[in-house]
Design a protein around this ligand. Structure first.
Ligand code: UD1
Length: 343
């Protein structure tokens, strides 16, 4: 069914994008990457070559620029689009909100305009559990949980992005749309050849852990130890990036089966909550490495505890996680060691 179908993957050289490329190829799709490498690294492309055995067609374009993007739609007859390209640093978005509205909203609107113009039938959007904000009285969120005010401009761009898609749907557009609400992606491809490539100091937990263990960062700070959780640290739903990648291909498969003018939203997580301390303990135990860390004050805007209800993703997408957070930690560590040898 997927044979020879061209899929445009915006941000395809990025962390989640690159892992999704591997999965698309495995399922017989032909992915075309559009990425301007502002927040990704070309080493990922050679890693992809090594895993897949051939080069993935890559166009170095800024998706925010309509005139750069349009020629791709003229050249290929896309069957679907997976739209990853966006900025994602929460703290930066607070200090530089216009960058986030311009890139995340402007980019999305550009890609959608061209999808409409060229009748691309299927669209998968990178959303985030951030659309639930700080859920009151519940930790396990399902898709019917009320969306709440985002706690950052970044979070707002995901909320607004989903709203734009909803409005396009309501207008009667043919496009079939699915928003995947990611929980916390971690890990790397089991080969250790591709993984997360944070530019500058990482904001997210696991890259900070692996960079501290390898000596790129001096010390990890755990943000807060007095939260109302079992060990006082925040709880998240950490999902292996390869499982998340697989969900995108399953989402495309689902869209193919639907009629025109379809829209839905699905959580992508494991359904289990894990604390920051549990991640640290597991990292030390699994790798045998030392880790220099200390407790520090709470980080502004952190949600106490949130994890996914996965019933809808499992039934709608016919998808299940293959990995747990321990696998993800080991794979992330392999990737960090690979980087140390090759970059
Ligand atoms: C954050 C965003 C989320 C976004 C995601 C993508 C918030 C509230 N959420 O998720 O919207 O989609 O990034 O990048 O900002 N931690 C430490 N020390 C560190 C780093 C993190 O203790 O050096 C802790 C955090 O306090 C948190 C957990 O680790 O409890 C996970 O943090 P992180 O990886 O940044 O993800 P989120 O904050 O869940």
């Amino acid at each position: 069914m997927s044979m020879n179908k061209h899929i445009l993957v915006t941000g395809g050289a990025g962390y989640i994008g690159s892992h999704t490329i591997v999965q698309l190829v495995e399922y017989g799709y032909i992915p075309i990457i559009a990425d301007d490498f502002r927040n990704s690294n070309k080493i990922v492309l050679s890693g992809l070559d090594d895993i897949i055995g051939h080069q993935i067609v890559t166009h170095e374009v800024d998706i925010c620029d309509y005139s750069q993007l349009k020629p791709l739609f003229e050249k290929y007859h896309f069957d679907g689009i997976i739209h990853f390209a966006a900025d994602k640093a929460v703290g930066e978005s607070v200090n530089n909100p216009l960058k986030y509205y311009k890139n995340n909203i402007g980019g999305l609107v550009n890609v959608l305009e061209l999808s409409v113009e060229f009748n691309v039938p299927n669209f998968v959007f990178s959303s985030s559990c951030t659309v639930y904000g700080e859920p009151i009285d519940i930790k396990e969120v399902d898709e019917l949980t009320k969306l709440s005010k985002a706690n950052s401009p970044y979070g707002n761009t995901k909320l607004i992005g989903e709203q734009i898609l909803q409005d396009l749907h309501t207008s009667g557009s043919d496009i079939k749309i699915i928003s995947l609400r990611y929980f916390n992606p971690i890990g790397a491809h089991p080969s250790g050849l591709i993984g997360e490539f944070p530019v500058g100091k990482p904001n997210n937990l696991l890259p900070f852990v692996t960079q501290t263990a390898i000596g790129k960062q001096k010390e990890l700070t755990v943000f807060g130890n007095d939260y109302p959780t079992t060990d006082g640290t925040c709880v998240r739903d950490y999902i292996h990036v390869c499982d998340l990648a697989d969900a995108h291909v399953k989402a495309l498969d689902l869209l193919q089966k639907k009629e025109r003018n379809f829209i839905d939203q699905v959580n992508i997580g494991t359904g289990k909550g894990t604390s920051v301390l549990e991640i640290i303990t597991a990292f030390k135990k699994l790798t045998g490495e030392k880790l220099n860390w200390k407790f520090g004050p709470r980080r502004n805007g952190d949600v106490v505890e949130i994890y996914a209800n996965v019933a809808k993703s499992e039934s709608l997408l016919n998808w299940k996680c293959k990995y747990n957070y321990q696998d993800a930690i080991l794979h992330a560590w392999q990737w960090e060691k690979h980087l140390a040898q090759h970059v």
